[in-house]
Design a protein around this ligand. Structure first.
Ligand code: ATP
Ligand code: MG
Length: 221
């Protein structure tokens, strides 16, 4: 199964989603592979910190930045593993278009942080729809928004979140019920090359597990 995490924008939590899902699936004994397609290689560096600290289970990471070979490479990896997590760059280029067409599930982390986050999300969904039209089988790649880095009690955040269901309806995408707050434990666990489910921080772990349950329900469909 190929799960990818993407958005136009930098710093929305794409890598956080991939590395934490990789750790959570690996903890369950799944054969997991991280695929890093972002040239800043944040997922690769996370896996490197994990390796250095000899954290188990170890999680292999493969770098793929060539749009010409990504289709065959991803298909092969998908045969050899249970779960592939693809960390995408903060743009929509030919490489990302191919990832969309190959994915079983696309996760779009959206932060409700700044005034233009809604426009950025809408721009992304418009382009996402155009890419889907290239599918020759008439199917659509399932895509879910994930509210990430929300702060409780911020009006800007709550009004952004309240506008998302309509946006999802307009563009035929869904939204995870779970919302992830801005919590320092995500930064800390990242720094140590572990997933939040391997790191003790109750609130962050609880929120991520709730999200993980939703992803698992999806992946056993
Ligand atoms: N819910 C969260 N709470 C606190 N910090 C978070 C949360 N999600 C992600 N972060 C932190 O925010 C930073 C950006 O997250 P991340 O690297 O996952 O974003 P990205 O979309 O992959 O960014 P880029 O576009 O640069 O690849 C990281 O330092 C990460 O640890
Ligand atoms: Mg990243």
């Amino acid at each position: 199964m190929i799960i990818s995490s993407m958005n136009f924008k930098g710093g929305t939590g794409k890598t956080m989603v991939c590395t934490n899902l990789a750790a959570a699936f690996a903890q369950l004994g799944k054969k997991v592979c991280l695929v890093d397609t972002d040239e800043s290689f944040a997922s690769t560096k996370w896996a490197g910190r994990r390796e250095e600290r000899e954290v188990t289970p170890s999680i292999p990471v493969v770098q793929m930045i060539d749009a010409k070979t990504i289709v065959s490479s991803l298909r092969q990896l998908n045969k050899d593993n249970d779960i592939i997590l693809v960390d995408a760059p903060p743009r929509l280029n030919p490489l990302v278009s191919k990832i969309i067409l190959l994915s079983d599930l696309v996760i779009i982390p959206v932060p409700p942080k700044s005034g233009n986050d809604r426009e950025v999300t809408e721009d992304f969904l418009q382009r996402f729809e155009t890419i889907q039209e290239q599918r020759t089988d008439g199917e659509r790649t399932p895509a879910y928004l994930l509210v990430n880095m929300a702060k409780d009690g911020y009006k800007l955040h709550s009004s952004f979140i309240a506008s998302l269901p309509q946006l999802c309806e307009d563009y035929g995408v869904k939204m995870f019920d779970t919302q992830i707050n801005d919590l320092v434990a995500f930064g800390e666990s990242n720094q140590f090359g572990v997933g939040i489910t391997e790191y003790s921080a109750d609130k962050a772990k609880k929120q991520f597990l709730s999200f993980f349950n939703e992803v698992q329900k999806y992946s056993t469909h």
